[in-house]
Structure formats: C-alpha cells, structure tokens
Design a protein around this ligand. Sequence first.
Ligand SMILES: Cc1ncc(COP(=O)(O)O)c(C=O)c1O
Length: 413
Amino acid sequence: MYTCKFTVMNYQRFFSGDAQVMQYSAIRRMARISSQPGIISFSAGAPNADTFPAEEIKETVSSILDSEGKTALQYGLTLGFGGLVDAIVDFCRKKKISSVTSEQIAITSGSQQALDLVGRLLIDPGDVVFFELPSYIGAISAFRNLQATLLGVRQGTDGIEIDELISKIEQSKRSGRHAKLIYVIPNFQNPSGITLSVKKRQQLLEVADKYDLLIIEDDPYGEVYFDPSLENELLPIKSFDREGRVLYISTFSKILAPGLRTGWIVAPMQIIEKLDMAKQATDLCGSMLDQRIVAGCLRRGIIQKHLPRIREFYRSKCQVMLDSLKSFMPSEIHWTRPTGGLFLWVTLPETLNSEEILYSCLEQEKVAYVIGCPFHVNGEGANTLRLAFCKENEDNIRVGIEKLAKVFRSYCK
Ligand SMILES: Cc1ncc(COP(=O)(O)O)c(C=O)c1O
C-alpha cells in the first residue's frame, strides 16, 4: 500500500537574493497583538471604517452592474480604466499639476503597488534612496527588498533637512554610489504627522535638478487636512516640477475606501511605458470593477461630498489626542502637532526604549502603539513611537492617553 511521507524541507536555498532580504513588517506583527479585545489601540493605522460611504458605494456598484456589468467584470487595460484616468487628470489639475495628460497616469492596486513598481523600474542593488527619518514602512520594505541602499535624513518641524540631504548626497557620490531617488511624504507624513514647507518643496526640486535625482512624492494624506486655509501650502512638489523630476503617487484609500485598492501614479511617459510592461507581468490589470466604482463615486460627487466629513472626523480625534497629551504627559515627553492625516509622533527621553515600555503598556494598561525604530532606515529611533488617532473614539483616546502617561511617567523617574 502507498503511504505518503511528509518530510520538512528547507527552501532557503531556493530563495532569490531579493527574497533573502525580505523582513516581516513590525507593524503587522504588532497589529495582531493590539487587535485583541479590550485593548485601546493607537497602533492601528488603517482609515476608520466609519468614514466609508458604504450606502453610496452600494448604489454605485449596483448601477455599474446594471449598466455595464459585462465590461466591469472583464479584464481591462493594464494602465487602468479610461474613465478613471480622465477623472484623475481633473483631480490633478485641481492640485495645480496642470501639465498632466492621461498618458502620464497609471492606475495601480493601491499606492503601495505604485511604490513597488517604480522601485523595480528604477532601483538596482546598491543604488541609493534617501528617506526622511522616520518614514513609511511600506516604502522602506519595497525598496529594501530590491537591495537598495537606504539613507536617512533628519526632519525638522517643516520636513526633511535640506542641508543634511545635500551633504548625504555628496558623501554617497564621493563614495562612488549611485544616488538615484529621494522618497518623501510631504503632507501629514506617515508616521510623524509632519508637513513639508512650501519653501522646502521648491528646494527639494532644486536639489534633485542639481544632483540629477528623481523624487518619489507619496501623497496619500494630502486631502485629509484639518484647516481649509492650509490648502495652498499643500501644493504637490509635482506642481512646481518643470523638468519631469517628480513621480507623484496618491490613492483613494484614505478618502474613499482602502478595500477598493485603487491608487495612481503621475510620471513622465517614458516611465509610464515601462511601468505598463512591469505591471502586465505583475497582474495583467487591476480590478476593473473597483476602478469603475471609484470613477462612479467621483462622477456622482460622493467623494467630494464626504471629504469635509472625513476631515472633521479626524480633526476632532486629533484635537482630543493633543489636548489629552497636554493634560497628562510628563514634561520630558514631546510630540508633533499634525494639521492633517492620521498620526502623530512621540519622542521619549533618549535613555528610554519604546519597545520595552510597550510591553508594560500592554500588560498593565492594555494600550498599544507602534514603536519608532522600524520607521528609521538607520536603525535609530528606539526612544520614539507613533500614535494613530484614527481608530478609537474620543473617550477611549482620553482614557488611553492618560493610561500611557501613567506608564511613561513611571519610566521617566
Ligand atoms: C505613506 C503611505 N504610502 C502608501 C500607503 C499605501 O496605501 P494604499 O496602498 O492603500 O494606497 C500608505 C498606507 O498607509 C501610506 O501611509
């Protein structure tokens, strides 16, 4: 009789060089801990589901299936559904990216896919990518997986420090490395909540021109501002770009629903043509149904109508968190004051370690946050942490911050 034998095989020798360097995201690991019942979570960074216009999306889906169901359920163009591309052209023009045409746009499966694809098109092992300190873990992973050299540049209250950036570019050129890309999140950055000033946006472009670099401008939060009078200060770096130095990436994840997995990139045509080939090999095309839903929501004015509500939703949560930090935190602890987005950033005294303290916060007070170290490409940041104000209700934010402060105070003594 045939008996099936199971042996445990080690697949290490089959993995590619790129796969060998992949690391599991610290955020995902922590998300599992902090999603346990009874935990007040300032770690979960996903948009709050209460901001999704579920009823309107339901009506939009049903009207799409009634009127164009067969094409909506079919494969489509790799670079995206034309109706949505045209709507994105309008959206970009409103943001003063005025020279954009539909040939310069690709729709991707969330902005994360755009990051992964441009990485694959532009990065050879060892190429240098400059990152803000701290920066978004998804981009760090995407570029690290390609064996890029990731160099960190400190941020001030108005974003990346330009002098330090220049000195790091010059250093890496002197050491014979190929300095290629600057990756920035200009608005209400994930994780710090910092916004890049208009002056620095323009300086970044000058630096990119002078040293022949490209800028990847990742802008998922630009529409989630708390004060409409700030809108002019949030103009994309791409809106100042005359040479084609900027690849602008954005998404509908924070202003509609992340489950629709629809993001986009605006880039020079030569880059979009290559991206078309890379994307074909990745997924043939994104979901045509999802893209039609997003286009339908734009056409029906659903996103535009919901935006003020979303902004107010996060603004009031952020304000409660800021007020609570002010009331409860000991004076040795500092934090950023975001004017939009979903996150703020806390710095503990140099000698403290946010990972060690997290275990006390979870065990003693059942409050979670994300430790700061994984957001730093240079391994620093042990005394920092990210607080997301998007998930919890206002009472829990107050209670949670008071509890955190109690634990932090015990370590500050
Ligand atoms: C800075 C940044 N870029 C990109 C993404 C990816 O978003 P999505 O793929 O849902 O568009 C996120 C998600 O949180 C983010 O914070």
